[in-house]
Design a protein around this ligand. Structure first.
Ligand code: SF4
Ligand code: SF4
Length: 241
């Protein structure tokens, strides 16, 4: 972790650092503050979220304000649907700017300072964990009913009788050959892992683990308690009422 910390020390200038990211250069041009991106944004309908403000904040090139953004819940509300890219009259892409901000927030370990940022850990374990282990981004074996009681007792029954239940739907659950939910061959799983390695996803996951463990210690929690809290806790400050 010591190497990691020195490797990821805060850069001299956060704006310049963002500018190194091609997604940022693609999505960041002069903003006329028209608010069209916010009007079209589906996330803005549910969350206290305004992509226009993200672009205007970054545009200030003020390090303090950008750091605040990197440590905030704001950058984790975006669903990366890119609707904003299609509508901006200045060809900005607030969604692309958000992608660059997220990347930097992870690299510097700032994501652990926000409630939504801390949710990265359980989300990563569920989605990336499932992809690497089974070759599906969501696999029934990774699904714990206790964490999703809202799915109800019928779904609980299905989880407890997966093979029987999926067979009735015509799936080839964990079987060889073709079919829904078939077993993905190890050779293909190795290829997925190689893709994670060369694209930087493996390194990013390592950072999320390490910074989260450090934050857990800071909060006086075990790794398990930290992850469960990040998964379960959701304050009501995020939503439009
Ligand atoms: S990419 Fe993000 S900011 Fe843009 S419209 Fe979609 S949710 Fe909103
Ligand atoms: S639509 Fe484009 S120009 Fe208008 S506020 Fe959003 S980013 Fe700025």
């Amino acid at each position: 972790m010591e190497n990691q910390t020195s490797q990821n020390a805060k850069p001299k200038n956060l704006f310049d650092e963002l500018y190194k990211d091609y997604r940022f250069r693609e999505g960041f041009h002069t903003c006329i503050n028209c608010g069209t991106c916010t009007a079209i944004c589906p996330a803005a309908e549910f969350y206290c979220y305004d992509p226009r403000k993200i672009v205007t904040t970054v545009e200030t090139k003020d390090d303090e304000k950008i750091e605040e953004l990197l440590k905030s819940d704001t950058i984790w509300y975006c669903g990366e649907c890119m609707s904003c890219v299609t509508r901006c009259p200045r060809k900005n892409g607030p969604g692309l700017v958000v992608m660059a901000l997220r990347e930097l927030s992870i690299r510097l370990g700032y994501f652990v300072e926000s409630e939504k940022g801390r949710q990265l850990l359980p989300l990563m374990h569920a989605l990336a964990g499932s992809t690497l282990k089974y070759g599906y981004c969501i696999h029934p074996k990774m699904f714990k009913w206790e964490n999703h009681k809202e799915s109800g007792p019928v779904f609980k029954w299905h989880l407890e009788h997966l093979e029987q239940s999926l067979a009735r739907l015509g799936a080839n659950y964990m079987g060889d050959g073709p079919g829904i939910l078939r077993k993905i061959p190890q050779e293909s799983l190795d290829e997925v892992k190689a893709i994670f390695d060369v694209t930087g996803a493996t390194e990013r996951m390592k950072l999320i683990e390490e910074y989260s463990a450090k934050k857990a210690r800071e909060m006086g929690l075990t790794d398990e308690e930290y992850e469960q809290r990040a998964f379960e806790y959701c304050s009501d400050k995020h939503f439009n009422r």
